[in-house]
Design a protein around this ligand. Structure first.
Ligand SMILES: NC(=O)c1ccc[n+]([C@@H]2O[C@H](COP(=O)([O-])OP(=O)(O)OC[C@H]3O[C@@H](n4cnc5c(N)ncnc54)[C@H](OP(=O)(O)O)[C@@H]3O)[C@@H](O)[C@H]2O)c1
Length: 326
């Protein structure tokens, strides 16, 4: 089968190449998926580059243990292991795996859900990682209540476009933060107000918010807390920049520490890959409450360009990799 493979850490065009490799073999609890579309996000880019270096302790000191990039996928079930009861051959699914930029993947049935009826496989490919992060951020970490004022940075990105829609569905008054070219996009997914960060710095304004979800990580935690109401909460969600060794992990460690002492700030959260969350997202999508936003789609052979877009920090909605031709 064709797959994008990387043998070393580095920038996308230096380390990603299209190769012919063996098709994976499934275990008893796994599903073999013929990938239709993959999606890449900030985490894929950090892993590809082995940055921050501290990540290499987990993912391979000198070279990546995970050789195929991508977590998110959509596709068709090609085969199921004997212990899999949830899926049958031919089902359309979305979810996650270890290495979705490939024609076939073997993944646990727990990491998959049926494709929402009202979406194409292309639209469904980017739901899992960003949708779950937005759902966990808004529903679980922030516990958004009707009428609350919610501000979301990175509102035009993969997580942000889901988070705006989910916060609206929970009854919040939503303000999205993005650059000039994305103001209309953020408004179109339901934001009541949009702040163009190239013209206005919300941390220096008078407005205070009940919840601030920080996807962008461009201000210090202290600056971010200025925008939070006295009884409100900052929910820090990573960011991609930081010091040379710890990168964004340093910020997350500081956020975990300060959350213990500062009432206006929650600890960072790990979204995880829970099937129950994928099913909740499927329901919201089928009800017409949320719709995935697709930015750019690249052919499998040009996965490096998809990664480079994500690395720029200015992806719009989800960045996809078309693996199968329709
Ligand atoms: N907690 C978890 O388990 C978890 C899981 C997945 C991802 N994450 C984190 O979630 C964050 C968002 O990921 P993503 O995939 O949504 O990223 P993304 O798709 O690359 O989006 C980044 C967005 O940030 C915006 N942005 C850039 N500079 C900004 C600024 N100064 N102020 C406000 N917005 C700005 C960009 O908008 P413009 O182009 O308009 O500038 C872009 O839309 C990342 O930090 C990622 O690491 C966390």
């Amino acid at each position: 089968m064709k797959a994008i493979v990387q043998d070393k850490y580095g920038p996308p065009h230096d380390v990603l190449s299209l190769r012919e490799i063996d098709k994976p073999v499934i275990k008893d609890n796994e599903v073999l998926v013929r990938v239709h579309t993959a999606a890449v996000h900030a985490g894929d880019w950090l892993l590809m580059g082995g940055q921050p270096p501290i990540l290499r302790l987990m993912f391979g000191l000198r070279k990546p243990r995970k050789k195929i990039p991508g977590f998110d996928l959509s596709g068709y079930v090609e085969a199921v292991g004997p212990k899999v009861t949830e899926f049958q051959v031919g089902d359309d699914v979305f979810g996650t795996c270890k290495g979705s930029c490939a024609e076939y993947v073997a993944t646990s049935a727990k990491r998959l859900a049926p494709k929402p009826d009202n979406l194409t496989l292309e639209q469904a490919a980017g739901i899992a990682v960003s949708g779950i992060t937005a759902l966990r951020g808004m529903r679980n970490a922030a516990k958004v209540q009707p009428g609350q004022k919610v501000l979301i940075t990175g509102a035009s990105g993969g997580v942000g476009t889901f988070a705006v829609q989910i916060a609206k569905s929970l009854g919040a008054e939503v303000t999205g933060v993005c650059s000039t070219s994305n103001v209309e996009l953020v408004r179109s997914v339901g934001a009541d107000h949009v702040i163009d960060y190239t013209r206005e710095d919300f941390t220096e304004g008078e407005e205070r918010y009940d919840i601030v979800l920080d996807n962008a990580g461009k201000h210090s935690l202290k600056e971010m807390r200025r925008a939070v109401a006295p009884t409100g909460r900052l929910i820090p969600n990573s960011g991609t920049t930081g010091g040379k060794v710890f990168g964004p992990i340093g910020r997350m460690l500081r956020a975990s520490m300060s959350a213990m002492f500062v009432s206006k700030q929650g600890a960072p959260f790990v979204a995880g890959e829970r099937r129950e969350d994928m099913l909740a997202l499927k329901e919201l999508i089928e009800a017409g409450t949320i719709t995935p936003v697709i930015g750019e789609t690249y052919p499998l052979s040009d996965t490096a360009a998809a990664m480079a877009l994500v690395a720029s920090g200015h992806a719009r909605g989800k960045t996809l990799v078309a693996v199968a031709r329709d």
